[in-house]
Design a protein around this ligand. Structure first.
Ligand SMILES: [Zn+2]
Length: 429
């Protein structure tokens, strides 16, 4: 006896027509023709059922603030940082909470139930930290939220940057952040990496740094981050976010760097939407793409997952909380358009990012949390292509969001009357 059975599910690994039995908050059975009854049955009609999406890199304290107090005119990363600096003194806990809750609503509707957000610790008021700690607690029934102490204006470069980060961790922030390429000098950047890894080791916390988010091939803080990871015994607990300078580095140097990163078991978190938007801005033509070397890093066995990074904030005026939009862009920017490539990209939005975040009981195995999303698509390829409607989203075995399927009614003689969102007209009546 189950509480809920999802019948006729296609799974991301390619299995089709599978039944998923859910008991309480957990997956209790995954098999074809599952016998038994349930209080509720959902027929997935051979649609894709995936573990819920995971965003390993976001800025929830900045989201939905677009236009406050003004727009980013140049559209650049540096004007974005300056603009955030203008907005920061105007931030209130109430407004931060309201915007974050609104974003979480958007995320849930799209099956995004696990988010790691960087929280700016540059303002010694730490109103951002207070607000995000409140949000973490309030959304806990439906979203796993991890908080990174993020010294946006530089750990050393901002006045009180060192003390503020320490206080944020004391208040209960989960992860140590950093931004070495934004410190005053390369050397200060390297020193900040060492200091922040030491704090993480002392406190037993993970590390997730904005690292080398620049087109400068000489920005090599990832090398220091990997080395300090090994030295402080933090293997597997450290993430390098962005790593865009790797795009521009000399190939010989990278041939030494990637094995070092693999030794340190660095979690690599590119942000395709933001990287393609903000990098290469100083180039005329040829113009660099500025996303890190995804294919090569995956081939070397590194855990690569993709972040959304921004939605309607000083850095990025677009975005929708849809991780499939992130995957769609990743396919293009990384030029990973092959069949196996795309499957890897889907994994990078789900299982890889769950691993980066250290999520427990994530996935589709028996015993995992029943955190699931049913998509209006047959398989992962169609999902990545169409960014389809999330028909139902389950959290711990309960449906928490539904969206009506997208159906087009055609009024053209001699053509079908109904197109199921145009996904695969030959496969459905
Ligand atoms: Zn970021």
């Amino acid at each position: 006896m189950f509480d809920l059975i999802i019948r006729n599910a296609n799974l991301p690994d390619g299995r089709r027509g599978i039944d998923i039995g859910i008991a309480g908050e957990k997956i209790a059975a995954v098999e074809v023709g599952l016998p038994g009854e349930a209080r509720e049955v959902i027929d997935a009609t051979n649609r894709l059922v995936s573990p819920s999406f995971v965003d390993p890199h976001f800025h929830m304290d900045a989201t939905l603030s677009l236009g406050l107090p003004r727009m980013n005119v140049s559209g650049t990363l540096l004007e974005g940082i300056a603009l955030w600096g203008e907005l920061r003194p105007l931030l209130t806990r109430e407004a931060l909470v309201e915007r974050a809750l609104a974003y979480c609503d958007l995320a849930v509707g799209q099956g995004l139930l696990h988010i790691r957000t960087h929280v700016d610790t540059s303002d010694p008021r730490l109103v951002t930290v207070e607000a995000m700690l409140e949000i973490k607690e309030r959304v806990a029934p439906y979203i796993d939220l991890q908080l990174v102490a993020f010294p946006q204006d530089g750990y050393y470069r901002a006045s009180e940057g060192v003390e503020s980060l320490e206080r944020a961790l004391d208040m209960g922030v989960d992860i140590v952040g950093g931004i070495p390429h934004f410190e005053r000098t390369m050397q200060e950047g390297a020193v900040s990496v060492e200091a922040l890894c030491r704090i993480a080791a002392d406190r037993g916390l993970p590390v997730d740094m904005h690292c080398d988010e620049t087109d400068d091939p000489m920005s090599r803080h990832i090398e220091t981050l990997a080395a300090e990871t090994v030295r402080f015994g933090l293997k597997g607990r450290v993430a390098g976010s962005h790593l865009t300078s790797m795009h521009s580095m000399d190939n010989y140097y990278v041939s030494k760097l990637i094995p070092l990163m693999a030794e340190a078991e660095i979690n690599v978190i590119p942000n395709p939407l933001i990287n393609i938007m903000l990098q290469g801005r100083h180039d005329t033509y040829p113009k660099r793409r500025g996303m890190t070397r995804v294919r090569e890093l995956m081939a070397a066995g590194l855990n690569v997952s993709f972040g959304h990074d921004c939605v309607m904030d000083p850095w990025y005026s677009m975005g929708s909380g849809d991780m499939l939009e992130v995957g769609h862009m990743a396919i293009h920017v990384a030029q990973m358009s092959g069949l196996e490539d795309k499957k890897k990209i889907f994994d990078a939005l789900t299982v890889n990012s769950a691993r980066a975040l250290g999520l427990e009981n994530y996935g589709l195995d028996v015993g995992c949390h029943a955190d699931l999303v049913i998509l209006q698509a047959e398989d992962v390829l169609e999902a990545l292509r169409m960014k389809p409607t999330r028909l139902a989203v389950l959290r711990r075995g309960k449906v928490i969001a539904r969206t009506v399927p997208k159906i087009t009614e055609l009024q053209i003689e001699g053509r079908p009357e109904r197109i199921d969102a145009g996904y695969n007209p030959t496969a459905r009546p």
